[in-house]
Write a protein that binds this ligand. Structure first.
Ligand code: B12
Length: 271
């Protein structure tokens, strides 16, 4: 009996190899393993799977589709732009990407994805997000937001998603990025009067609530003195009731902030 490889199976079903591996590993698609641990498929099992899919709900979720797109050489900018036209706003695209990143993290921690694969996939996304952000038009007098990850934090993707959402409502950005020291953030806010908003990010990998309290105290003070809005983003252990600044745990919360920020921006441009 002929045994087909993962890429043969992907070609026959008409999806990417990532989906085939996922379905095989979750038992949706029968497979056997070679001595070296590689997945192999029979033509019968593929035909059965295709027949079942044509009667049942499709199993290729958006998460599968994104993982396939980011694992392939297609234009990742194009994938983002298509998602934007399908979903109607960058905020919704950001929400859709959240479970994709969680799945990448799960595969990496369960050993299903190598460190190289994880880095390549997330860097592709990160670069495509930056290119799309920069291609969005801005008014010459657009207000600026300063975007920074807290000290020790290297997860910049939340910030990249925030950049795109802010750009969509007319904010230019000053990108400070990963591992930004508290004092450097505060200093920049003091020095640059165009900055009207500071967006900070800390993911669940940040295990230091005391650091985040210090960030809120120092940066919050400078922002409150200058009437600069402060958003504390990401699932990091931010203080529950920060003295200054609004929490944005997931992008959904961005909807309300969106309205407030748009209001604040319109008020300022009317002055
Ligand atoms: C990509 C990734 C990396 C990349 C980051 C590349 C990059 N340029 O960002 C690299 C390889 C560098 C990395 C490193 C590490 N990682 Co990592 N990583 C991830 C992964 C897969 C995605 C991260 C991510 O972007 N998440 C999505 C963010 C965007 O989610 P979020 O913080 O909740 O933010 C959401 C919103 O709040 C909002 N948001 C975020 N910030 C902001 C800011 C503003 C202004 C606004 C409005 C909104 C907003 O956007 C998000 C979307 O809704 C996650 C998996 C996961 N579940 O997240 C693991 C994960 C976060 N990493 C993890 C770990 C352990 C690490 C390392 C410690 C690994 C190691 N041993 O070296 C290091 C730590 C590095 C460091 N010092 O920060 C763990 C953390 C587990 C834990 N609870 O501690 C995770 C959860 C993986 C896992 N399942 O185990 N990682």
């Amino acid at each position: 009996m002929e045994l087909l490889s993962t890429s043969d199976a992907a070609r026959i079903i008409g999806v990417g190899t990532t989906s085939v591996k996922r379905w095989a590993d979750t038992g949706l698609l029968d497979c056997v393993r070679t001595a070296g641990g590689h997945r192999r498929f029979t033509r019968d099992s593929l035909d059965r799977f295709i027949r079942l899919q044509s009667h049942e709900e499709p199993v290729a979720t958006e998460v599968d589709r994104w993982l396939d797109a980011l694992s392939s050489d297609m234009s990742h900018e194009l994938a983002l732009v298509r998602a934007r036209s399908r979903l109607g706003s960058w905020r919704r695209v950001a929400d859709e990407l959240d479970p994709v990143l969680a799945e990448v993290g799960r595969r990496w921690s369960d050993g299903e994805m190598s460190i190289a694969e994880e880095h390549i996939l997330t860097e592709r996304l990160s670069r495509a997000l930056a290119r799309v952000s920069e291609s969005l038009p801005l008014a010459p007098n657009a207000p600026s937001c300063l975007l920074a990850c807290v000290e020790s934090e290297e997860h910049t993707l939340g910030l990249s998603l925030a950049e795109l959402c802010l750009r969509e409502i007319g904010w230019a950005s000053v990108w400070m990025g990963a591992r930004s020291p508290i004092e450097a953030i505060a200093e920049r806010v003091r020095a640059d009067s165009r900055i009207r908003l500071v967006g900070l990010s800390a993911t669940e990998a940040c295990r230091d609530p005391a650091l985040l309290r210090r960030v809120v105290a120092t940066v919050g003070l400078v922002c409150s003195e200058r009437d600069v809005a402060l958003i504390l983003g990401g699932r990091g252990p931010w203080p529950d009731e920060p003295r200054y600044g609004a929490r944005c745990g997931v992008m959904e919360g961005f909807a309300d902030l969106h309205k407030q920020l748009r209001g604040a921006r319109e008020e300022r441009s009317a002055l």
